[in-house]
Design a protein around this ligand. Structure first.
Ligand code: CA
Length: 346
């Protein structure tokens, strides 16, 4: 823009020079005419000069005016150019934003499509099949939940009690003793399918426990005695085999404060009930201990034993026992067994 301004200034200057030159030429002509007409010549000359001076003054003022106007115009145009430049930059910025948004939407679309593809090849990780997956979906209040049937996994609808408070929550309770009105001296089929009341005393069912422990699972056992003291035993690894293998127990990596690990003795043993003696004894442990359990020969713990009330709780060998804490004839007041995946993080 400044170069154009300079050009225009030079152009105007040139025009002025031409005009002045023309005037000069006129002035040069005059004497000849004056010579041609002597007499009133000097006066005519002065008239001409004055007229030329006026003309020059007019032209100068015009030039000044033009130059000022030109400068104003230049400034205006420069301002306009700056505005346009600013506008252009804004435009580019907006374009960039739009491009970013577009690519963001595109990548989101990719993710959605990926998820859709994954949904088709749905894995067990997507299904609600225990309390930890409910916890993962923001159900964080302890209580009774209904796990939906899952055709893909071939699992039926199941009512469960979720402990969402203990040690970060996400626990599916598989056994509870606290009321004492439900007999645990049941047969194979009942232990397979589960029995009792979900808010009171119950066994979730070996088939359900087997299914829930197909992924790496933690088992937590909570015990309470008649003095209100509590202990717990945790196993970082817990699983059951299937029915064909008599729901054999596998536990490992004990931790806790329940004294001696009293489930270890039952590790690698089959489940037995009053009508199915799968224990490692000549005796019939399920008959002797009046429960269903992974009897060895016979017990170091018997969490499905007979519930004995306070006062009566130290007189029997078939009670709810954990030898490592209160020995072989102390029946506990309260027991809960609960499981959650090893991968669970609150
Ligand atoms: Ca036996």
């Amino acid at each position: 823009m400044p170069s154009r301004a300079l050009f225009r200034f030079l152009f105007l200057g040139g025009s002025l020079a031409l005009l002045l030159g023309g005037a000069g030429a006129q002035a040069q002509h005059k004497p000849r005419r004056m010579a041609a007409s002597p007499g009133g010549g000097k006066q005519a000359c002065c008239e001409d000069v004055r007229a030329l001076k006026v003309q020059v003054a007019n032209l100068s003022s015009l030039l000044g005016e033009l130059s000022a106007r030109h400068e104003a115009e230049t400034a205006r145009l420069e301002g306009r150019a700056a505005e346009l430049e600013k506008g252009k930059q804004q435009h580019e910025r907006r374009l960039l934003e739009v491009e970013e948004k577009y690519s963001e939407v595109n990548s989101r679309l990719d993710i959605t499509q990926l998820q859709a593809a994954q949904a088709v090849t749905k894995t067990s990780a997507d299904a609600i099949y225990d309390c930890s997956s409910l916890y993962g979906r923001n159900y964080k209040i302890s209580g009774v939940y209904k796990l939906p049937a899952d055709e893909f996994l071939g699992t039926p609808e199941l009512e469960v009690y979720c402990d969402m408070d203990t040690e970060g929550g996400g626990w599916t309770v598989i056994q509870r003793r606290k009321v004492g009105l439900t007999s645990f001296n049941r047969d194979w089929k009942q232990y397979k399918e589960g029995f009792g009341t979900i808010r009171g005393d119950f066994w979730l069912g070996n088939e359900h426990i087997f299914r829930l422990t197909r992924q790496p699972t933690v088992l937590r056992i909570e015990l309470e005695d008649w003095q209100g003291e509590t202990r717990y035993a945790e196993y970082a690894h817990f699983t059951l085999s299937n029915e064909m293998n008599s729901y054999k127990l596998f536990v490992a990596n004990y931790s806790g404060n329940a004294g001696r690990d009293s489930l270890r003795y039952h590790n690698n043993t089959n489940f037995s009930t009053k009508n199915k003696d799968n224990d490692k004894c000549v005796d019939d442990c399920a008959q002797l201990r009046k429960g269903g359990y992974w009897y060895n020969c016979c017990t170091d713990s018997n969490l499905n034993g007979v519930f004995y009330r306070h006062g009566d709780h130290t007189k029997h060998s078939d009670g709810i026992t954990w030898y490592g804490w209160h020995g072989s004839s102390y029946s506990l007041k309260r027991v809960e067994m609960k499981i959650r995946p090893q991968s669970f993080s609150p």
